[in-house]
Design a protein around this ligand. Structure first.
Ligand SMILES: CCCCC/C=C\C/C=C\C/C=C\C/C=C\CCCC(=O)SCCNC(=O)CCNC(=O)[C@H](O)C(C)(C)COP(=O)(O)OP(=O)(O)OC[C@H]1O[C@@H](n2cnc3c(N)ncnc32)[C@H](O)[C@@H]1OP(=O)(O)O
Length: 228
């Protein structure tokens, strides 16, 4: 596939829609509830200790649920949808997607100088015994630093991300802060810290770049809207 074709496809996953605010709020509630249920299922799957016949029964029910959800579905991914009310939604996002059970999910608070997020990472995010997987920590930082750049109106895709793991992060509640350190043209340099009751566990810094294919129209859309 040529670079032009790939860029065109990439622009195509940004869709326009016109959904009234009330209807959107109802859809969001349904999405959240579904993802919460499946997240609970994932946690139960990781931690279960029931006998094989109970697992077989659970699998039957899960199969039925999967069939129902598949009756109508998006082709490949949810993408990002820009609504006429000035919001956008990325409900499939692996870290924040409100309809994605893989997402912890992260809910950011935005301040003028930083973004913060508090989340409980349970047994489904384990790496070393009892500790959060380093790749999950990297993913949380990626999203947090990316969110800081979006919040500061200099969004971009991750070019380079480096993390210093200072001590193991115990499964449970974590607190993350991220901010933009400086901007150079299309590049935003962001930093972040992750802490728990044990203190500072990891630090990150990254370069976020507005890609060539998104400069202009898509960039304007992202800058002009709030989203989840
Ligand atoms: C996401 C923004 C895009 C617009 C999307 C619109 C809507 C989405 C809604 C909200 C988005 C906001 C926040 C998102 C929140 C969380 C973020 C999650 C982020 C991810 O999960 S994202 C997935 C992982 N990420 C990738 O999948 C990137 C793959 N890659 C590429 O897409 C290109 O490779 C790219 C874009 C990196 C650069 O390509 P390009 O062609 O656009 O840029 P170009 O060559 O013009 O370079 C311009 C200047 O950046 C320097 N530079 C180039 N590459 C560099 C690198 N890697 N590291 C450090 N510096 C680098 C050059 O040296 C030059 O520097 P100088 O100007 O000083 O010479």
């Amino acid at each position: 596939m040529s670079t032009e074709e790939r860029d065109r496809q990439q622009r195509g996953v940004y869709a326009e829609e016109d959904i009234p605010a009330g209807e959107l709020a109802r859809m969001a509630e349904v999405a959240r509830e579904l993802a919460d249920d499946v997240r609970a299922l994932v946690q139960a799957t990781v931690l279960t200790d029931v006998a094989d016949d109970r697992i077989a029964r659970a699998r039957e029910l899960i199969g039925q649920a999967t069939e129902i959800l598949g009756e109508e579905h998006h082709e490949r991914s949810f993408g990002t949808r820009f609504n006429s009310d000035g919001t956008h939604r990325s409900w499939g996002n692996a870290l924040t997607g409100i309809r994605n059970p893989i997402a912890p999910p992260l809910r950011f608070e935005c301040f003028p100088d930083k973004v913060t997020v508090d989340v409980d990472l349970g047994g489904a995010y384990e790496g070393p015994a009892g500790l959060v997987h380093g790749g999950i920590i990297a993913a949380v930082f990626d999203q947090a630093l990316g969110h800081a750049t979006e919040s500061a109106k200099v969004p971009g895709m991750t070019g380079t991300l480096s993390i210093r793991y200072r001590q193991g992060t115990r499964l449970g509640k974590i607190h993350v802060e991220a901010w933009v350190d400086r901007v150079e043209g299309v590049k935003a340099f962001a930093k972040g810290e992750l802490s728990t009751d044990d203190g500072l566990c990891a630090e990150a810094e990254g370069v976020f770049i507005m890609p060539k294919w998104a400069r202009g129209e898509i960039q304007e859309k992202v800058l002009g809207r709030v989203g989840d």
